[in-house]
Design a binder for this molecule. Structure first.
Ligand code: ZN
Length: 233
């Protein structure tokens, strides 16, 4: 869709990201990684993601998740793209946060490419460590849920120039649409809730988060293939 809409004045521009989700990490063979590398030649593909670690579902073995995560960070580094992180720990644990943040700190912090913690559900300390590595913290419709007070408390502290909002569509439709199929238009409710938490207006949140997104994602790219310069790893 992104490619077929590109450069057509009468159509909206659709920007994409590409990555192998931690659920599918066991499919991250050399051919799949090469395909990812090729997709990143496309200027419409802005970032590498969702990548990361999911120890809640464990759909792929954790060692394979870590390996796929590290390999994709290498490709993203070469292609000069930010990374979009999916992180979900086991119930009642911070295990995936510990590993994800450690890997970001050791493999990614030095790139200055930054990234996004997508659909943030962690604690302040997780947000802080990621922001120290140049990450933006992205809040989704679940910030409107009555039980989401811990997430709102983090949202109250994240600097305004480090936050984003997102749909996570078709999941996490905000109140009052909870349980319905989520759509981008419903994101206004997420902006309203965030505005309430921050004592500002939804319009101000919209302008700020748009500017944050553009600062992170609309930069120069590398047009050579990773796989041509990296000894075929
Ligand atoms: Zn996700």
């Amino acid at each position: 869709m992104s490619q077929s809409y590109a450069g057509k004045a009468e159509r909206p521009r659709i920007l994409a990201t590409a990555g192998i989700h931690p659920h599918e990490a066991q499919l991250a063979n050399p051919a799949a990684l090469e395909k990812l590398d090729d997709l990143l030649a496309n200027p419409e593909v802005l970032a590498v993601g969702e990548i990361g670690l999911d120890y809640y579902y464990d759909h792929s073995p954790r060692e394979q998740q870590k390996q796929a995560f590290a390999q994709q960070m290498e490709i993203a580094r070469h292609r000069q793209r930010p990374i979009i992180i999916h992180c979900r720990p086991s119930e009642g644990s911070n295990n995936a946060w510990d590993d994800t943040l450690e890997m970001i700190e050791s493999n990614w912090a030095g790139t200055s490419l930054g990234g996004i913690l997508h659909c943030f559900t962690g604690e302040w300390e997780h947000a802080r460590r990621a922001m120290d590595c140049g990450f933006l913290i992205s809040f989704a419709g679940n910030i409107t849920f009555p039980k989401a007070e811990p997430i709102r408390q983090v949202a109250a502290r994240v600097p305004l120039n480090s936050m984003l909002i997102e749909t996570d569509a078709p999941f996490l439709a905000p109140v009052p649409y909870r349980g319905k199929r989520n759509e981008p238009a419903m994101m206004v409710e997420t902006a309203r809730k965030l505005a309430e938490v921050r004592g500002t207006t939804a319009d101000a949140i919209a302008a700020l988060t748009t500017a944050n997104f553009e600062r992170l994602c609309l930069r120069t790219r590398n047009t050579t293939r990773y796989t041509d310069v990296s000894d075929g790893n």
